[in-house]
Design a protein. Structure first.
Length: 318
C-alpha cells in the first residue's frame, strides 16, 4: 500500500499544564517558544508541577500531523525512537490506535517529553527534553518506506537535532521523486540554524507562521511569501484567526480564517499541515485543501490537546 505521507519525527509525550505568566518566568522559560532542557532541568520542573492538574497526551509535531491525515482517511507511516519505559509504551500504543503504520525503534535513553504550558491568553510555551527521540540512525531507516510514499514530512526541529539524518532522508526522497514537506516549526529554530534557508530549497512545500516568516526573511507575511525561494512549489504562511497566505505555482492566494472559541492552540498548525498534505496527495486543488485546513485548525483550538477526538470525515463533505 502506498503511503500518502511518511513522517520522520521527534515522537514525544506531551504534558499539558494550564498556568500563568508568572510561573513560566519562575521556571526561566521564554514564553511562546520551545525551550530545550536537559534531564536535570526536566526533573526540577516536574517537582514543581501539581500532577493532579496535568493532562498527558501523545505528541510531536510530525506525529500530530500524521494522526490528522489518518483521521481524514489517509495512509501514513512513521519512523522515530522511544525509550524502554512506560511513556514509550504509551506512544507505541497510540500509533496503533491512530492508524499510523509504525517503524518505531527503541533506545536506551528516556522517552522524549514536551512540557506544554498554556497561559490564559491561550499561548503555548514548551520545555522539551528530546531524549530517545533524537537517537535516529541512518542504518535503521527503511528506504522502501520512503520510496512507496507520495510525501516525506519533517520539521525544523528534526533538522536542528538530527541534521545529517534528515539530509539523508531528503536525498533518498529526491532520488525517488518523492515530494518533501517541511514545517519550520519555531522561530528559534530558524534563528539558530541559518543554513535552513538553503536546506528548505529542497522542499516541495513548506509551512510556517507569521513569526517564523519574520525570522526567516525579516519581512511581514505579505512580503515574506514573495521573498521565500521560488524553488519551493508551495509556501503556506499561517496567520492564526486571520487565515493563511499560500503561494502555489507562483500565485498567491489568501484563505479566510474560521471563527473559533479558542481554548488551546496546541496542534492547530499540525492539523493545518495535515489537511494540505492530505488534499494534495489526493489530487485536490490548493484552495480546497487549504479551506479544509483552515476549518480543521479552528476545530483543534476549541479543545485542549493537539488532536481532534472525533472523525473529521463525519463533519465535512469531501
Amino acid at each position: 500500500m502506498k503511503n500518502d505521507v511518511f513522517g520522520i519525527g521527534n515522537i514525544l509525550v506531551d504534558i499539558l499544564i494550564k498556568t500563568d505568566d508568572k510561573f513560566i518566568e519562575e521556571l526561566g522559560l521564554k514564553k511562546g517558544h520551545s525551550n530545550d532542557i536537559d534531564e536535570f532541568k526536566l526533573r526540577e520542573i516536574a517537582a514543581k508541577i501539581d500532577n493532579s492538574k496535568v493532562k498527558m497526551s501523545p505528541g510531536g509535531s510530525v506525529v500530530n500531523t500524521l494522526a490528522g491525515i489518518a483521521n481524514l482517511g489517509g495512509v501514513v507511516g512513521f519512523y522515530g525512537k522511544i525509550g524502554n519505559d512506560k511513556h514509550g509504551l504509551f506512544l507505541e500504543e497510540d500509533l496503533k490506535k491512530s492508524n499510523i503504520l509504525s517503524n518505531i525503534r527503541r533506545s536506551e535513553k528516556m522517552t522524549g517529553k514536551a512540557l506544554t504550558f498554556i497561559t490564559p491568553d491561550n499561548e503555548r510555551t514548551f520545555a522539551v527534553h528530546l531524549g530517545a527521540a533524537i537517537d535516529l540512525n541512518k542504518e535503521e531507516i527503511l528506504e522502501d518506506d520512503i520510496k512507496k510514499s507520495k510525501f516525506v514530512h519533517l520539521t525544523g526541529y528534526e533538522i536542528e537535532s538530527s541534521r545529517d539524518f534528515c539530509l539523508h532522508v531528503m536525498d533518498i526522497a529526491k532520488k525517488n521523486k518523492v515530494k518533501i514537506s517541511i514545517d519550520l516549526a519555531d522561530p528559534g529554530v530558524i534563528k539558530r540554524n541559518p543554513e535552513l534557508k538553503s536546506i528548505i530549497k529542497n522542499a516541495d512545500i513548506i509551512f510556517l507562521n507569521e513569526e517564523e516568516a519574520k525570522a526567516l526573511t525579516n519581512l511581514p507575511a505579505e512580503k515574506a511569501i514573495e521573498n521565500i525561494s521560488n524553488d519551493i512549489g508551495t509556501v503556506a504562511i499561517k496567520l492564526g484567526e486571520k487565515g493563511s497566505l499560500i503561494r502555489h505555482n507562483n500565485k498567491v492566494i489568501r484563505i479566510n480564517g474560521i471563527k473559533a472559541k479558542a481554548v488551546d492552540t496546541t496542534g492547530a498548525g499540525d492539523m493545518y499541515a495535515a489537511c494540505i498534505l492530505y488534499g494534495i496527495s489526493k489530487g485536490w486543488g490548493i484552495e480546497k485543501s487549504a479551506n479544509l485546513a483552515s476549518f480543521a485548525a479552528a476545530k483543534v483550538v476549541e479543545q485542549i490537546g493537539a488532536r481532534l477526538n472525533y472523525s473529521l470525515r463525519e463533519k465535512v463533505e469531501f
